[in-house]
Design a protein. Structure first.
Length: 338
């Protein structure tokens, strides 16, 4: 199963990341993006279960979970207690509800454990890296002191408290740490793993409560001239046929069950929603596309791939009185927190 998942992730992300990386990208504000899963070429065997059959040898109290962190080309050994506060600080604003921060701590811890069992060939010397485009975001002390200034000590205590309150707690499915994907915000529903590259039972589409009032830049627009639109599509589909009338280029848009774009038919060729997101630097695949007066207009809702926990959704749930367990089991159904 894991080999299939990683192979799917590799193929899916290759499709997402390869095309037109040189195209105009969006400036990603701090805290606005979450990681995409790593790109292991193939899974390795998981460690054998312990005699108890539940916990893997890598689990326990945070201070006991040792792993290798690849940080800008150098690798150092660290432990979960030292590492997590700086990852969570990079992934979630401190203005979020404390229960959301605790949920984030569990998701990040689980993700690291998953990576310890499934080596990422991008950094074979490290179990996890500090590149948010690969593993989890990470800000070191210097960066956080710069960002938080006089509030550094107080903020760090808050993050550490969220980690300590969930010390050693991990989400499992069938006794293994889950692929705890998360993302910034969803347009009403999260994405199903089967729609992307992670067809696992706990990554299914669920309702997510955040709305425009809850999320900065929840709805964004991207405008592309007809000429640029055609040239960009041709980068990926050189056999696309474009008539003289751009209003006829977009032939069909297919949505998946979560309301995101599954595929579009342009110039007689089909592109996936993920390919469109990559080509036009869209914040998500929850978009509409219209043409008017020589310009294509994308209207995009939410941010990120949409898998697993929505961070802004978690924040809304926390502020509505849900605790971190309820948040996690909502976004990762059928998992066990232990
Ligand atoms: Zn990585």
């Amino acid at each position: 199963m894991k080999r299939i998942i990683w192979a799917s992730i590799l193929l899916g992300l290759a499709a997402i990341l390869m095309p037109a990386l040189f195209l105009r990208g969006q400036v990603e504000g701090m805290y606005e993006e979450n990681y995409e899963p790593p790109l292991p070429a193939q899974a390795q065997q998981s460690p054998a279960p312990t005699e108890e059959g539940i916990k893997t040898p890598t689990e326990g109290r945070d201070s006991q979970i040792l792993f290798r962190l690849s940080d800008n080309g150098s690798v150092r050994e660290t432990n979960m207690e030292e590492y997590l506060p700086y990852a969570i600080a990079a992934e979630m604003p401190l203005s979020f509800g404390f229960e959301a921060l605790k949920a984030q701590a569990v998701a990040a811890r689980t993700y690291v454990l998953y990576c310890m069992e499934n080596q990422n060939p991008k950094h074979p010397d490290g179990d996890i890296c500090t590149d948010s485009g690969c593993c989890l975001a990470y800000l070191d002390e210097g960066a956080l002191r710069g960002a938080w200034a006089a509030e550094y000590e107080e903020n760090l205590e808050t993050v550490k408290a969220a980690v300590l309150a969930t010390d050693g707690q991990v989400l499992h499915y069938e006794n293994s740490p889950i692929l705890a994907c998360f993302h910034s915000s969803s347009a009403g529903k999260t994405e199903s793993g089967s729609a992307l590259w992670a067809d696992v039972p706990y990554l299914i589409s669920v309702e997510s409560p955040e709305r425009e009032i809850d999320v900065p830049n929840f709805v964004t627009t991207v405008e592309v001239s007809a000429d640029d639109f055609r040239e960009t599509v041709l980068l990926l589909r050189e056999n696309a046929a474009f008539s003289d009338d751009p209003s006829q280029w977009l032939e069909d848009v297919l949505q998946d069950d979560s309301g995101r774009v599954k595929s579009v038919l342009i110039g007689g060729v089909s592109l996936t929603g993920q390919e469109m997101r990559s080509l036009f630097a869209l914040r998500s695949t929850a978009f509409t596309l219209e043409y008017k007066d020589g310009v294509f207009f994308f209207t995009v809702t939410g941010y990120g791939h949409g898998l697993g926990m929505s961070q802004y959704g978690a924040n809304v749930m926390a502020k509505n009185g849900f605790n971190y367990r309820e948040i996690l089991l909502h976004y990762y159904p059928d998992t066990k927190l232990s």
